[in-house]
Design a protein around this ligand. Structure first.
Ligand code: BEZ
Ligand code: FE
Length: 258
């Protein structure tokens, strides 16, 4: 977005946003002390780099995602929020993890599918960028037992659009609770759990980038995700084989002009 368009949008949106805030402050007769406490809270959210997390747990990210993709009758795979845990350009590798102490001995999971355009054309070379929690200990960033970049990787689609990566089935986890957003969750009585999921960001030339998540059936938090990001269209079964699990997730990208 150009700087000029940004300024125009700021001038359009900000006065309305402030009017809405003023209306709420008046309705609740918010005191000087309460207002200063509110400002202090927002300052702490910024210092802790938790604004994306705050946007997520207040379901604001889900609202923006829904509005940004409400024109998606194109047959593209449903989008979902990115969350704060993405890191750019993880290594190109099929097996996206290394074993770590305390990981457990669950069976590996092979996720497979095809990346196509909504027209059905395969998209060879499409990049599927994935990130997820391990089966124990959450994201690599939170868990010092895990090597940096664990459970992150990129794979490229083959000539027929097929892709595959090797991982472990993630488990439900709690979003960070030790900072100001954790205090907010506690204060409003909202639990911090997310259902197990794998994040994907899929890019292909000439197509809209898709950011999404895959969920799994029978998860206790499917109906009750703290960021409200579960879409039934993104829940995929996991099949059990002798010594591994499989999950199929086909991905359709909308052409850029659509
Ligand atoms: C995530 O799905 O990675 C996530 C979402 C919100 C807060 C923290 C993590
Ligand atoms: Fe996540």
């Amino acid at each position: 977005m150009s700087v000029q368009v940004q300024s125009e949008r700021l001038a359009e949106v900000m006065p309305d946003m402030l009017a809405a805030i003023h209306e709420v402050l008046e309705r609740h007769r918010v005191t000087e002390e309460e207002w200063m406490t509110g400002l202090q809270f927002l300052t702490e959210v910024g210092r802790a780099d938790e604004f994306v997390l705050f946007s997520d747990v207040t379901r604001t990210s889900v609202l923006i995602d829904a509005m940004s993709h409400d024109d998606d009758e194109s047959g593209a795979t449903a989008s979902d929020v990115e969350g704060p845990m993405y890191t750019v350009e993880p290594p190109l590798r099929k097996k996206i993890y290394e074993e770590y102490e305390g990981m457990g001995d669950d069976d590996p999971l092979f996720v497979r599918g095809r990346v196509t355009s909504t027209t059905g054309e395969p998209l060879p070379g499409a990049v599927v960028d994935v990130w997820q929690t391990g089966p124990a200990g959450g994201y690599d960033i939170w868990d010092e037992r895990q090597p940096e970049g664990n459970f992150r990787g990129r794979v490229k689609a083959e000539d027929d659009g097929a892709y595959e990566f090797h991982t472990m089935l993630p488990k439900p986890y709690t979003v960070p609770t030790t900072g100001p957003v954790g205090r907010y969750l506690e204060a409003v009585g909202q639990h911090p759990w997310r259902p197990a999921h794998i994040h994907l960001k899929v890019t292909a030339p000439g197509h809209r980038t898709l950011v999404t998540q895959v969920f799994f059936p029978d998860d206790p938090y499917l109906e009750n995700d703290t960021i409200g990001a579960v879409k039934p269209a993104l829940v995929r079964p996991v099949e059990k084989h002798d010594d591994h699990l499989t999950c199929t997730f086909d991905i359709a990208l909308a052409p850029q002009s659509a």
